[in-house]
Design a protein around this ligand. Structure first.
Ligand SMILES: Cc1ncc(COP(=O)(O)O)c(C=O)c1O
Length: 378
């Protein structure tokens, strides 16, 4: 049978507790606290509140753009969304259909001869796929280890015309942050360096107006490519890259995921405009989320003897075994908390974990209750 080998792979995944399935709608889900989704500001949970305003302001927004951005005539809201982003970042912005499209397409476009990518060991699968699928020259450096990165740059500097360092600002599985200020400093010593920062988990959450960690650190102008995604804190879908006019022109000509894919719908782009306008004014929520996150990390240490690497709203508790992580996740569900067991290949073998994803609608009491449930496990 030509498909037998695929069945064997599924059986193997099942044996290793790594088989995935799509969860069915659960009518009781509302009774539990959602610590799974990336709705960091709670905007998606409150979407109904904004629908009347959306339909009033954008009554003509279609549900299909019917073609790629380069061909579609229904481009108006996409352009308005890019203009809004350009006003906020004061740099050119280009939309992509998702963060996955952005990372795969941008990396593919940048991977011309003479380019070396050096990526943090923990960058997201979409960046790894970008590097692998286009056959780019790339190396990886130990997570957040600037010494190892500098060594790799030094060793390869003469051989390449440009070296592109790929990092995330907040890491999606560990919730820790990249040493971005020191990274951009490296450009002084190594002028052939370009810095690529994926802010998927920081857009909406960090910075005065929620533009991300680069805004918080005052380095928006020093980073060559800032990727933001709109499906997480922005409660929408899609992604964007902030770069120079030259790179915007280049990417819209050469990033295949931009050229050869139907654009997000005008309605989606319009909804993103509304959500970003809300995000800009949500400093109080950002502060609340920051405080909740540090309280959670501290209580985990004080009351449950668990040290988490987190420096953000993403707080992992490392379990170290896929089966155990699943059992722990089931226990949490029985206790009224939805939190996901993360297994291979999303994280390395031996670092299987529960990933707690906090949001700004949670209260301090929720966190205290969660910690006591965790501390009472077994
Ligand atoms: C760091 C990072 N980059 C990119 C993506 C992909 O973004 P999207 O879900 O918009 O495809 C994700 C998604 O989880 C992510 O965590």
């Amino acid at each position: 049978m030509p498909t037998e080998s695929y069945r064997n792979i599924l059986s193997h995944l099942q044996k290793e507790n790594r088989l995935r399935s799509i969860p069915l709608p659960d009518p009781d889900a509302f009774k539990r606290l959602d610590l799974v989704s990336n709705d960091y500001l709670g905007l998606a949970q409150e979407a109904d509140k904004y629908k009347a305003e959306f339909f009033r302001r954008f009554p003509d927004a279609d549900f299909s753009s019917s073609a790629s951005r380069l061909l579609s005539r229904k481009n108006d809201y996409h352009l308005q969304l890019e203009m809004l982003l350009e006003k906020l970042y004061r740099r050119p912005a280009l939309l992509f259909n998702s963060g996955y499209h952005a990372n795969v397409g941008i990396i593919q476009a940048l991977a011309i001869p003479g380019t070396l990518f050096i990526a943090d060991k923990l960058v997201h699968a979409s960046a790894i796929d970008g590097l692998r699928l286009c056959g780019a020259d790339y190396k990886r450096f130990a997570h957040n280890d600037l010494k190892k990165l500098s060594k790799l740059i030094k060793q390869n500097y003469e051989e390449y015309n440009r070296i592109i360092v790929v990092v995330e600002s907040i890491y999606s599985m560990d919730g820790d942050i990249a040493p971005l200020k020191k990274l951009v400093e490296l450009k002084k010593k190594y002028p052939k360096l370009l810095i690529y920062v994926d802010e998927a988990h920081a857009f909406g959450v960090r910075g005065d107006r929620g533009l991300g960690l680069c805004e918080e650190l005052g380095i928006i102008n020093k980073v060559d490519f800032i990727i933001g995604t709109l499906g997480k804190a922005a409660a929408s879908a899609g992604a964007f890259v902030i770069s120079s006019q030259l790179m915007k022109d280049y990417l819209l000509n050469c990033a295949r995921s931009f050229i050869f894919s139907t654009a997000i719908s005008p309605a989606q782009a319009a909804w993103s405009i509304l959500m970003i306008e809300k995000i800009v004014g949500m400093s109080a929520r950002r502060l609340h989320l920051k405080r909740l996150s540090s309280t959670f990390v501290k209580l985990l240490s004080d009351k449950a003897n668990i040290e988490s690497p987190s420096e953000s709203q993403i707080v992992p508790v490392i379990i170290g075994d896929a089966g155990e992580a699943l059992l722990f996740s089931r226990y949490l569900k029985e206790q009224g908390f939805d939190a996901l067991a993360i297994r291979r290949p999303t994280v390395a073998a031996g670092s299987e974990r529960i990933r707690f994803s906090l949001n700004a609608l949670l209260e301090k009491d929720d966190i205290a209750r969660l910690v006591s449930v965790i501390a009472n496990y077994r």
